[in-house]
Each structure stands twice: as structure tokens, then as C-alpha cells.
Design a protein around this ligand. Structure first.
Ligand code: C2E
Ligand code: MG
Ligand code: MG
Ligand code: MG
Length: 282
């Protein structure tokens, strides 16, 4: 068509853009199928406490693509959010996460672990979200007090009242809330105070720079102090070294998640590694 017939830069630009769009459309079509066909799975990454003991896990969705292999959420969550596929995808994650929590109740070691699920803005803003969670908990016999939902600052800014209302209703069931990637958004401190949160997760960006010489600690230190003054727990994300862990402990953060303690692994592997039978065997 007309655009293709132009000479020089614009033509190259258009075809690169077209190619990108084409790829996105293909991925969207394939994702739609993947959600219904069992191609999604949850990987679990351990969260550890002060004694480096596993206290829970965060569930991270993966897509096993027939040609491309394992695709990370950084590539398909944005597409899912743009197209509305995040609703069936999020429902699947909720169901699968709760199914795991239900299953864990039969194991004396797994039953005390917490599970965190990431919830997208659009997913949380569905009018029926609270009912969806209630019916999923019922269907799976998952204990609500073991479930944490990770929200992002953008949600809290786009619909404060609706968000707080839903959070309070879910909290009555025993569900907890963590604010993910904290420090990368723009939530006001006054507003933060009014939210029924339990946990702040320090974004990986502020953990990356931590070294024993205690330089570059101000942001992490500020977030930890803020959490303390608001009475919130704090989890450090992306902990990769013993030194980062030492500095975080010194600053007052005692729950960690990161490659240093464990990469995300398939849920079945996490379950096996942390079950009572594996504990006795090891
Ligand atoms: P997030 O919720 O902040 O998850 C943490 C991300 O950091 C994960 O990436 C995890 O694999 C990675 N990570 C953990 N420890 C380390 C470390 O020590 N070093 C480094 N470099 N990275 C580390 P992943 O699995 O690729 O997920 C990316 C993002 O995709 C998540 O960020 C979350 O925003 C989104 N996501 C993942 N699963 C879901 C889901 O089920 N639903 C929704 N809505 N979003 C999801
Ligand atoms: Mg998260
Ligand atoms: Mg995060
Ligand atoms: Mg993130």
C-alpha cells in the first residue's frame, strides 16, 4: 500500500514497525490458545527469613511456547495487559496458586509456607475480583491466611477508593497484601499510609547497588525505615550476594528473595524440595 511505496527511511521504519506489530499479533493469538491449553505454568521462587529458612514463595508465571521454548513474563504480560488476556491469565494464576496452597496443607512442612501471587491492575479492577478470589479459595480449600497478593503502585493511583474497598474485603478473609517493586512508582507517602498493606517489596534496582562499604544504601535504607514506621514488613527482591544480604540485615530487612537463595523453579520441584519427606531424607 501507500506506505510501502515511499522511498528511504520512512519505508524501512514502517516495515520494522509492521514486523513488530505482526509479531505481537501472533504472540497474542498464541497466548490466547496457551491459556486454555495448559501451556502456562508457575515457577516458585523461595522467600527466606533471618535464618535463611524458607518461609514462602512468589509464584511467577511461565509460558512454554511450542517453537520459542520458555517465554518470560516480561514479554507476554504487557501483551496480556493490552489485550485483556490478563483476565483469563490472572484467573488461571490465581487458581493454580490456590490449588498449590490447598495441596500443601497435607504436608507438615509445606503447610506453614506463604504463597505470593502477582495481580495486575486490570485483574484487580474487575468488579467481580473479590468474588473470584472467594470462589477460588473455596474450590481449592486454600487457606486464605497463607495467600499474599502483590499489587503495584499504579493500581493504587488509578482507583484509590475502589482499591482500598476491595483490599479491606479480602483482608477480612485473612489475605495479605504486598506492594511490589516499591520505590519505582510515584505513590505519595500520605496515601501509602492509608492503604491496608502488610508488606513493601524493595525493588531489585535498589538492592543491586548494595555493597559492604554501605555506599549507595540511602534508598534501601529509606524504604526499610519507612516500612518500619508504617508497621509494615519488608522483603528485599533480587538479592544475589551474601554482602547484599548482610547490608540489608544491618539496615533492618530480614526477609529476602533472590538468586542468592534460589532461582524460580517449577512448582513441583519447589514442593518436592521443601516437603517434609525431603527434609527427613536430607
Ligand atoms: P516481579 O513480581 O517483581 O518478580 C520478580 C522478578 O525478578 C522475577 O522475574 C524474578 O525471576 C526476578 N528475580 C528474582 N530474583 C532475582 C535476582 O536475584 N536477580 C535478578 N536479576 N532477577 C531476579 P520474572 O519471573 O521474569 O517476572 C517478571 C515480572 O513479570 C514480575 O516482576 C511481575 O511483575 C510479572 N509477573 C510474573 N508472573 C506474573 C503473574 O502471574 N501475573 C502478573 N500479573 N504478573 C506476573
Ligand atoms: Mg512480584
Ligand atoms: Mg517485584
Ligand atoms: Mg518487577
Amino acid at each position: 500500500e501507500a506506505k510501502r511505496q515511499r522511498d528511504g527511511e520512512p519505508k524501512r521504519f514502517c516495515s520494522a514497525l509492521e514486523q513488530k506489530l505482526e509479531e505481537q499479533l501472533t504472540l497474542e493469538r498464541e497466548l490466547r490458545i496457551a491459556i486454555d491449553s495448559g501451556a502456562l505454568s508457575l515457577h516458585l521462587q523461595p522467600q527466606v527469613g533471618a535464618q535463611q529458612e524458607v518461609i514462602g514463595a512468589e509464584a511467577l508465571v511461565r509460558w512454554l511456547h511450542p517453537q520459542q521454548g520458555m517465554i518470560s513474563p516480561g514479554r507476554f504480560i504487557p501483551i496480556a495487559e493490552q489485550t485483556g488476556l490478563i483476565l483469563p491469565l490472572g484467573a488461571w494464576v490465581l487458581k493454580e496458586g490456590c490449588r498449590l496452597l490447598g495441596e500443601w496443607q497435607y504436608d507438615p512442612r509445606l503447610r506453614d509456607l506463604k504463597l505470593s501471587l502477582n495481580v495486575s491492575v486490570r485483574q484487580f479492577q474487575q468488579p467481580s475480583f473479590v468474588e473470584q478470589v472467594i470462589s477460588t479459595l473455596r474450590d481449592t480449600s486454600a487457606p486464605p491466611e497463607r495467600l499474599t497478593l502483590e499489587l503495584t503502585e499504579s493500581l493504587l493511583m488509578s482507583d484509590p477508593e475502589g482499591t482500598i474497598d476491595k483490599m479491606l474485603r479480602l483482608r477480612q478473609l485473612g489475605i495479605r497484601f504486598a506492594l511490589d517493586d516499591f520505590g519505582t512508582g510515584y505513590s505519595s507517602l500520605a496515601y501509602l499510609k492509608s492503604l491496608p498493606l502488610d508488606t513493601l517489596k524493595i525493588d531489585i534496582a535498589f538492592v543491586k547497588d548494595l555493597t559492604l562499604d554501605m555506599q549507595a544504601t540511602p534508598i534501601a535504607a529509606t524504604i526499610i525505615a519507612l516500612a518500619e514506621s508504617l508497621g509494615l514488613d519488608v522483603v528485599a527482591e533480587g538479592v544475589e550476594t551474601a554482602d547484599q544480604c548482610t547490608v540489608l540485615a544491618h539496615l533492618g530487612c530480614h526477609v529476602y528473595q533472590g538468586y542468592y537463595f534460589g532461582k524460580p523453579v517449577p512448582a513441583a520441584e519447589f514442593t518436592r524440595l521443601n516437603s517434609a519427606s525431603s527434609f527427613i531424607a536430607s
